[in-house]
Design a protein around this ligand. Structure first.
Ligand SMILES: NC(=O)c1ccc[n+]([C@@H]2O[C@H](COP(=O)([O-])OP(=O)(O)OC[C@H]3O[C@@H](n4cnc5c(N)ncnc54)[C@H](OP(=O)(O)O)[C@@H]3O)[C@@H](O)[C@H]2O)c1
Length: 324
């Protein structure tokens, strides 16, 4: 089969399109023939070797796929050959025509959604869901500030937050990007490359600031979020796309009764019940039209390196999808 293989960690150029052996499912695994493969920011971090869970070389990147079950390993009870499914690998493996995935991270693909949308659902949907609900405890009427709001997770977060009855401020790196977030329902939009943007959040919220901050950029953006954070507010930190960690002083927490929470979705979805409940609600919102998956761009699998270049250089909106 054809697959992307990284024989060393490094820049996008280390991703080679090669012929490798098709894997065989072990016990409790399903073999998936991919129809569409999701690209996630974490794939870039793991390819570069800068992620704590970067795989050992050689490896095939990617953690998300939508396709059909081609074979099942011993002990697999829920799925059989031909089923249309969405899958998530723990650290790598999906940038390929076939991939073996644990049955526990396999879910049915709702009939209403295409393979491209299916490849965009699991990681972004689960991340936005758990940031807002499981960890962030978003409440109706609250102001939610979403950073990187036009990205894969961001567009999902904006829509889920609206579905929960909150008011959303979408913050992104250009007017073109915040226009995208607005088209998915954001109540107010901010370009955080402009100086003084936290003041605009204060104005939008009538001076109280954001009650819940959904933060994935880190560095200066995270530090600025602190300047427009309501008393009693929460911040959920789940990424650092800038490469710099978020730094929040203890005084901001102490003198405002605020709290910061980390979110590693992989740890949350180790609880299969929690993962499947979230997936059921995401599927319900999709079916009802309350959640739309924004596919920013499709690429042939062989062009995965270009997809990484575009995502890393902030040129994309929504989710990028590879086609085998
Ligand atoms: N903790 C978890 O379990 C978990 C799970 C999934 C995803 N994540 C994180 O969630 C975030 C979103 O993931 P995604 O796949 O949907 O990516 P994405 O949001 O589509 O892309 C990343 C975005 O970050 C912003 N950004 C700001 N500074 C940047 C910089 N210096 N370089 C690159 N991007 C920069 C860009 O938006 P602007 O141009 O608008 O600033 C860019 O489009 C990522 O940080 C990812 O690592 C975490």
């Amino acid at each position: 089969m054809q697959a992307i293989v990284c024989r060393e960690h490094g820049g996008p150029e280390v991703m080679r399109y090669e012929e490798i052996a098709q894997p065989q499912p072990a016990a409790h695994e399903v073999l998936i023939k991919a129809d569409a493969i999701g690209v996630n920011y974490v794939d870039i971090m793991r390819r570069s070797g800068k992620h704590p869970a970067a795989p050992k070389t050689p490896f095939t990147p990617g953690i998300e796929v939508c396709g059909r079950v081609a074979a099942v390993g011993e002990g697999v009870a829920r799925f059989r050959e031909g089923d249309r499914v969405i899958d998530r690998c723990v650290t790598h493996g999906t940038y390929a025509e076939y991939v073996c995935v644990e049955e526990r991270f396999t879910v049915d693909c709702p009939e209403a959604i295409s393979a491209d949308e299916g490849a965009a659902l699991f990681v972004t949907g689960q991340t936005a869901y758990h940031a807002l609900i499981t960890v962030g405890q978003a409440q109706p009427g609250e102001w939610i500030l979403v950073t990187a709001a036009a990205g894969g997770v961001g567009v999902c977060a904006v829509q889920i937050a609206k579905t929960l009855g909150t008011k959303v401020i979408a913050a992104a790196g250009s007017p073109e990007k915040y226009d995208v977030a607005q088209s998915f329902g954001a109540d107010a939009v901010i370009d955080y490359t402009e100086p003084g943007w936290p003041e605009r959040v204060q104005q939008a919220t009538g001076g109280t600031g954001a009650n819940l901050i959904i933060e994935s950029v880190g560095g200066h953006v995270a530090s600025s979020c602190v300047q427009c954070w309501a008393a009693g507010g929460r911040m959920v930190i789940f990424g650092k796309a800038s490469g710099e960690p978020a730094i929040v002083s203890g005084d901001e927490l102490l003198f405002g009764n605020r709290s910061v929470h980390g979110l590693a979705v992989g740890m949350v979805i180790e609880d299969e019940t929690v993962m499947r409940e979230a997936m059921d609600r995401l599927a319900e919102w999709l079916t009802e039209g309350r959640l739309r998956l924004h596919i920013g761009q499709l690429y042939p699998l062989r062009d995965a390196a270009q997809a990484h270049r575009d995502l890393a250089s902030r040129q994309t909106t929504g989710k990028l999808v590879l086609k085998p």
